[in-house]
Write a protein that binds this ligand. Structure first.
Ligand code: CA
Length: 233
């Protein structure tokens, strides 16, 4: 990648804001900054940043609300929350709203730089993830074109169905709970009290498409009390 990585710092405390800008400019990033909630939301919504460092306590619109608004537009935007209090509630809320990670103030700059690099690495790995998923002996799914085959049958998928499959495929080493799917694929958070049948309905639709017998799934299985798991072979 030849262009510089673009970072947005949303932080109302001038000393921290300018400190962060200096550090990341020093590390070779192209850094922009916002000093309050509304400016942060406006800039963050532009979608032009590779990563956003987002303070929680901000004048105007707080960081959690900004995070939620960004997620409604863009599920993939990397976000790291900066929190002054290490209260679990803020952190959990931020992560359930779709932040990739969080850092508690006062933070070590070296730590923060490492966390930023890790989140960017994961984001890039996501982009490069497999476009063709193969399951069992005879199921192939083309995630880019939302279609596939089971034996000689052609199957078509909705965007959301493919996203569910991609998520389960990328996390096939463990059962994935409904809540995790809602949070990661739908971008919903617990406090929105979304009706959870939506996950079950998608799973049932997927089974009818990829399983030889949807009543006895062998690829997309239920792990009782834990969630769903995609078995590759
Ligand atoms: Ca603040």
């Amino acid at each position: 990648m030849s262009r510089k990585i673009r970072l947005l710092v949303v932080e109302d405390e001038p000393a921290i804001r300018s400190g962060l800008v200096d550090v990341f400019v020093f590390h070779g990033y192209d850094v922009d900054a916002a000093a309050d909630g509304p400016e942060g939301l406006l800039k963050a919504s532009s979608g032009k940043y590779d990563l956003i460092l987002l303070d929680i306590m901000l004048p105007g619109v707080n960081g959690l609300d900004i995070c939620e608004r960004i997620r409604q537009q863009d599920r993939e935007q990397p976000i790291i929350m900066l929190t002054a209090r290490s209260t679990d509630e803020d952190v959990i809320r931020g992560l359930s709203l779709g932040a990739d990670d969080y850092v508690t103030k006062p933070f070590s700059i070296a730590q923060l730089v490492l966390r930023v690099q890790a989140v960017l690495r994961r984001a890039r790995a996501g982009v490069e993830q497999a476009t063709v998923i193969r399951l069992g002996d005879d199921v192939t799914i083309d995630t880019r074109n939302l279609c596939g085959t089971r034996g000689s049958d052609e199957i078509s998928f909705t965007r959301r169905e493919v996203e569910v499959l991609q998520y389960l495929h990328a996390h096939s080493d463990h059962p994935v709970s409904r809540e995790e799917l809602l949070a990661k694929v739908w971008g919903y958070s617990r406090h929105m009290e979304i009706e959870t049948r939506t996950v079950d309905i998608h799973i049932a639709k997927l089974r009818r498409k990829i399983e030889p017998d949807a009543a006895e799934p062998r690829l997309l299985v239920t792990i009782r009390g834990a969630g769903y798991r995609l078995l590759k072979a």
